[in-house]
Design a protein around this ligand. Structure first.
Ligand SMILES: [Zn+2]
Length: 426
């Protein structure tokens, strides 16, 4: 059985969890746990086929403890995995659902997209996003189900074991409260030619960012371009193969494309990869690169959606997302495109965003970094362990001098975190 708390918190606190002896005996569906967290998975107490009807299936009461053993009617690890692999989509796509949530609608849309005038395209995308906003699950504009599940589970386990403080390895290096990355996907030759100016803009606000570049068909990728990105301290990554929206169409074709992507990654000494239009299939991802893949989530809306679908030329939505992610000590990650930022109106909004980010980074002790550094940190943190040292805790492992001991404590109906040596702000 996976040790969920150790994976998330890197804590030695390891409660023994028992599941129903006969398994869960039903298919996956929706139910609720903790402070009204919507879960998707199998559950011995029953499931609902619709998110809406899951309110009646609150299973926190089914949680019980005898001595050191905890009993749960569902497997938290499976629920987290289902969310990461977006398995709940099967259920959201079945039944009498709005047109825009059906898989075939999406497939048809991507098939005909290139023949549609831009205005029609934007109208369809707006309808799709409107639908998305009224969806109960996952949460708009930020979903923090995985974090809430871990907190709720830790809290119940601490109460059950009479433990009021649990040590863990803090989420970010040097005691930073949360983290930030800025990324740019380069879609066209015009966008490629604007990258130099965009680097100037980012630097003038004190930020460096990553560029995801399409290696085939769209535009030339001259060495001087790659060199400029790298020598100025920005990060170079691969974006899809040719961005035709068909990378994950079939496994054989995917494996062939993955081989070429790997070759480009080697040729350009790229740090990472992002597929076109955020498509993915985690079950196939081990075909990329070597070893395990770290998937860095996108936690804010892309510039394209904000400007061209929501028709919003302010940073209000981004501010809301920043504060929600920051409250959960998460990673703030942004995708903006040089292709759209050529436009003065869009560029103005982007610069307002950078101004705002500069303020919150300094005020709230946020680690502003590059995706490759986030990758390095999470791999190192994954290898670290907490060791008891008298009545204190010490962290051992690679890069452990950057890590901080933190504590989770019970505070009424929630969990609060304290960092032993938090990053100091002016
Ligand atoms: Zn793209």
């Amino acid at each position: 059985m996976r040790n969920i708390l150790a994976e998330y918190y890197r804590t030695p606190f390891n409660p023994r969890v028992l599941y129903p002896s006969g398994g869960f005996q039903n298919e996956a569906g929706f139910f609720r746990f903790g402070p009204d967290i919507v879960c998707y998975g199998e559950c011995a107490k029953g499931i609902a086929n619709e998110v809406m009807n899951s309110e009646a299936l609150h299973v926190s009461e089914a949680f019980s403890a005898t001595g050191a053993e905890l009993r749960l009617p569902f497997d938290i690890g499976d629920v987290i995995e289902n969310l990461r692999r977006e398995r709940y989509l099967e259920k959201l796509d079945s039944g009498p659902k709005p047109l825009t949530r059906r898989t075939w609608t999406r497939e048809f849309y991507y098939l005909v997209r290139r023949f549609l005038p831009v205005a029609v395209r934007r109208h369809l995308q707006r309808v799709y996003l409107k639908d998305w906003k009224t969806l109960q699950f996952p949460h708009w504009p930020v979903d923090s189900t995985v974090d809430s599940l871990n907190e709720a589970f830790l809290r119940l386990a601490m109460i059950a074991q009479g433990c009021d403080r649990v040590p863990f390895i803090w989420f970010w290096p040097d005691g930073a409260f949360s983290a930030l990355i800025l990324t740019h996907d380069v879609e066209t030759a015009a966008g490629r030619d604007f990258c130099s100016s965009l680097m100037n803009i980012d630097l003038s606000h004190g930020f460096r960012s990553s560029f995801q570049v399409i290696p085939e068909e769209r535009y030339e990728v001259p060495n001087s371009y790659v060199d400029e990105i790298k020598t100025r301290g920005f990060e170079f990554n691969i974006h899809d193969l040719n961005h035709d929206g068909r990378l994950f169409e079939g496994k054989a074709k995917f494996l062939c494309s993955a081989r070429r992507i790997n070759e480009y990654a080697k040729k350009y000494n790229a740090r990472g990869f992002r597929s076109g239009a955020m498509y993915h299939n985690l079950d196939w991802y081990d075909a990329f690169f070597v070893g395990r893949i770290l998937e860095i989530p996108l936690t804010t809306s892309q510039d394209y959606s904000v400007f061209h679908i929501l028709n919003e030329y302010t940073i209000n939505l981004w501010k809301r997302q920043i504060s929600l992610v920051h409250q959960k000590n998460g990673l703030l990650s942004f995708i903006t495109h040089p292709d759209y930022l050529i436009n003065l109106r869009c560029r103005d909004v982007y610069e307002t965003l950078l101004d705002h980010l500069r303020q919150v980074v300094e005020r709230d002790a946020i680690w502003a970094t590059l995706p490759g550094e986030v990758d390095r940190w999470w791999r190192a943190r994954n290898e670290m362990r907490l060791v008891q040292d008298g009545d204190r805790w010490r962290i051992e492992g690679p890069d452990s001098q950057r890590a901080r001991v933190a504590y989770a404590s019970l505070d009424g109906d929630r969990i609060v975190y304290t960092i032993e040596k938090p990053l100091l702000t002016p």
